[in-house]
Design a binder for this molecule. Structure first.
Ligand SMILES: NC(=O)c1ccc[n+]([C@@H]2O[C@H](COP(=O)([O-])OP(=O)(O)OC[C@H]3O[C@@H](n4cnc5c(N)ncnc54)[C@H](O)[C@@H]3O)[C@@H](O)[C@H]2O)c1
Length: 434
């Protein structure tokens, strides 16, 4: 851009979202200060290294740190644009109450260095109204500045909400190419944020208000969760009725207006299994469907444990392999993973009969300690284990030919081996399709 003055940017929170975002903004030529509370994170990045796994992120971070465009610190400094990407977990009250204390802590830090002309953008997945709460907090801390929606005059600062919809493993590509919703506290705020994102986003940026943008992010994940719950419920019905759920879904999807998703062992990760509760928290009486979907998907995990245990018990003395621990295919992320929950439950119940195959894990997570279960490679599992329980659809599992699985008892919770003959458990007529 001719005469373009690139803003200085501060990205608060350098995790799975913040670090790739900081690196991409730096690649676009802005000077970026990355702020994190963790000394380890800050030191790692300042060495030009990374503390998380993400495709191509290491080279990008190394390059922008070397060129002096990205620097990390635990101390905030004045900037022109602040992007907040800190965690938004649940409170520890056991009721799935959203905890926005990290967002408010970040906003407090930003308020200390805020000046007229600055833009503050919240990217953390947040309950509706969080951006306004953040604005109110900063307005209380900085009575010398005029805040949007709080004054009839032109405000001094702009505040917007702009959620992320990236897929782990494709974050750099999706950060650049996905469409984005940009929600301003006022239309003027949205335009300021839009001009900023245009510097590094190639997808279409659609402006809206902050509350709609907050809700949009939650709705996207609740939509996925409800649809997966339908498939998971069907799989449990099919188990009860002795039907092959994969066959039923395949046939139903031939209807031109039906598109049922695939069942699995539950829903994991830190987005789809979490975000729907933020809607429930905001409207508890109006969300029976969203709440039920969450419970169905969590219930599927327990269903799989029960069916797998039944299968293991029906084959005494036979070695068992659980295939996969990750929360989805081809990644090394085991947070909130139903596969991990199922495998660990079986390990606690059956001890050394249980073996775990997880090519993306260097060692088994802590909850396997003392159970007697061990990690083995896929080849050993195929040679030595008579019962295979498929929990993750990693590509490396999908390509195992029938010849190497024939004669084995298989519980395929992901439907990766449609050619596997069905299994009857203890003559109960139970076909373990899902
Ligand atoms: N990971 C994803 O795939 C994904 C996708 C979409 C949205 N989100 C949302 O993005 C937000 C961030 O998620 P994440 O996965 O990057 O989290 P993360 O845990 O990987 O990283 C968060 C980072 O923020 C730091 N932090 C915490 N409080 C801080 C503070 N006050 N000041 C500075 N740094 C602070 C932590 O030390 C950590 O390094 C969450 O709201 C999440 O729901 C994540």
């Amino acid at each position: 851009m001719m005469g373009d003055v690139k803003p200085d940017v501060c990205v608060v929170g350098l995790g799975y979202i913040g670090l790739p975002t900081a690196a991409i903004i730096a690649r676009a030529g802005c000077k970026v200060l990355g702020l994190d509370v963790s000394e380890h994170v800050v030191d790692t990045i300042n060495r030009g290294e990374i503390h998380i796994e993400e495709v191509d992120l290491d080279g990008l971070v190394h390059g922008v740190v070397q060129r002096g465009l990205l620097r990390a610190s635990t101390q905030i400094a004045p900037s022109d644009v602040f992007v907040i990407a800190v965690p938004t977990p649940f409170e520890k009250d056991g009721h799935h109450t959203p905890d926005i204390s990290y967002v408010l802590a970040a906003a407090t830090q930003v308020a200390a260095v805020l000046k007229a002309g600055d833009t503050v953008i919240l990217e953390s997945t947040s309950p509706v109204g969080t951006t306004e709460q953040m604005r109110d907090l900063m307005a209380g801390l900085r009575p010398d500045l005029k805040f949007p929606g709080k004054t009839k005059e032109t405000p001094d600062v702009s505040i917007a909400y702009c959620p992320e919809r990236v897929l782990p493993g494709r974050i750099l590509e999706e950060l650049t190419n996905n469409d984005r919703s940009i929600g301003g506290i006022t239309p003027r705020c949205a335009r300021k944020a839009l001009a900023f994102y245009k510097r590094f986003v190639r997808g279409t940026c659609v402006t809206t208000d902050a509350r709609s943008a907050e809700m949009t992010k939650l709705v996207e994940n609740a939509y996925r969760d409800v649809n997966i719950a339908f498939a998971n419920e069907l799989s449990m019905v099919a188990d009860r009725m002795g039907l092959d759920v994969w066959e039923v879904i395949r046939l139903a999807n031939r209807h031109p207006r039906v598109n049922i998703l695939q069942p699995g062992p539950g829903v994991g990760g830190h987005c789809i299994a979490v975000d729907p509760w933020f809607i429930v928290a905001g409207a508890p009486d109006e969300t029976p469907l969203i709440r039920t979907a969450r419970n169905v998907n969590d219930g599927k995990m327990h269903h799989v444990v029960a069916k797998a245990a039944e299968l293991v018990e029906a084959h005494p003395g036979v070695k068992v392999a659980c295939l996969g621990l990750a929360f989805k295919a081809n990644i090394d992320d085991f947070r909130e993973s139903p596969a991990r929950y199922v495998a660990a439950s079986l390990a606690r119940k059956f001890g050394s009969r249980i073996n775990v195959v997880e090519p993306y894990a260097g060692q088994l997570p802590r909850e396997f300690e003392g159970t007697g279960a061990v990690q083995i490679d896929l080849d050993t599992a195929l040679e030595e284990c008579g019962v295979l329980i498929v929990l993750v659809d990693h590509d490396v599992f999908k390509v195992v030919p029938l010849a190497e699985r024939s004669g084995k008892v298989v519980y395929d919770t992901r439907g990766i081996w449609p050619d596997q003959p069905g299994v009857d458990v203890a003559g109960a007529g139970l076909r373990l399709a899902s």
